[in-house]
Design a protein around this ligand. Structure first.
Ligand SMILES: [Zn+2]
Ligand SMILES: [Zn+2]
Ligand SMILES: [Zn+2]
Length: 243
């Protein structure tokens, strides 16, 4: 069932009061903008101790307004930082998702378009297909101590076991490179970002739109074009930082 004005209107008409009703979903309420107007816009949000927060508003013309503004004036804290707020908007406005990244928020509309593939040299391995491999020593737990406290290992009699403390029960076994400490092997394994191919698709991402929580009109889970032109579209140029 599409969550739209018709759904909201039917839902209210089955309540005890005909203009406000709990949604039985994380404390949310649904209420009419104008109590006695049959064509009134209908809000979904929280209302508690005199504070009202609207997140989704259904209009009779089958468009929807989403917003996430602080209920307190001059407060820069965005309600979008709350997972519950994002979840509410996604669910009741039919978006694909709302994501948070570096304290910014992005809308991914329903049935999102994918940006075109953008195959480039892998930035992780600088196109070599290989990355450094960490080689760590293994541990042997067979250390015993002579009466004078000197440690020894019967399994590895040729190794000098250093005495760290009288209770020390273990020692490192050198790796195949004859090193006792962890070390890197330059270009020792296939790059996991590109599976060793040296090439990676930096495109094929869901198109996203930067959003600050100001009122935004959508229809069928998609931003209405005229409002979208006001927003910064984040398309294929988003890339992972070089690791
Ligand atoms: Zn040993
Ligand atoms: Zn090694
Ligand atoms: Zn790579």
């Amino acid at each position: 069932m599409a969550l739209d004005w018709q759904w909201a209107s039917d839902y209210l008409s089955h309540g005890r009061k005909k203009y406000i009703r709990p949604l039985y979903d994380r404390g949310l309420y649904i209420w009419k903008e104008n109590k006695w107007d049959p064509d009134s816009s209908i809000h979904v949000g929280w209302t508690y101790s005199g504070v009202t927060q609207r997140f989704v508003t259904y209009h009779k013309n089958s468009t929807t307004t989403i917003q996430a503004l602080s209920p307190y004036p001059n407060n820069s804290w965005s309600p979008l930082r709350s997972y519950s707020t994002r979840f509410t908007i996604v669910r009741y406005a039919g978006l694909h998702s709302l994501i948070q990244k570096d304290f910014k928020f992005y809308i991914i509309e329903s049935d999102p378009t994918q940006t075109p593939p953008k195959i480039q040299g892998c930035r992780k391995c600088k196109q070599s297909g290989l990355v450094n491999k960490y080689c760590g020593p293994t541990t042997c737990w067979e250390v015993n101590h002579h009466e004078d406290g000197t440690p020894y290992c019967e399994k590895h009699p040729n190794l000098v076991v250093s005495q760290l403390s009288p209770y020390h029960r273990w020692h490192y076994i050198p790796c195949e490179h004859d090193v006792q400490d962890g070390h890197n092997i330059p270009k020792g394994e296939n790059c996991y970002y590109c599976n060793g191919t040296g090439k990676r698709d930096y495109g094929s991402k869901l198109e996203r739109t930067l959003w600050d929580g100001s009122p935004l009109r959508i229809k069928d889970g998609k931003i209405i074009k005229s409002s979208a032109s006001l927003l910064e579209r984040m398309i294929a140029d988003y890339v992972e930082p070089i690791g």
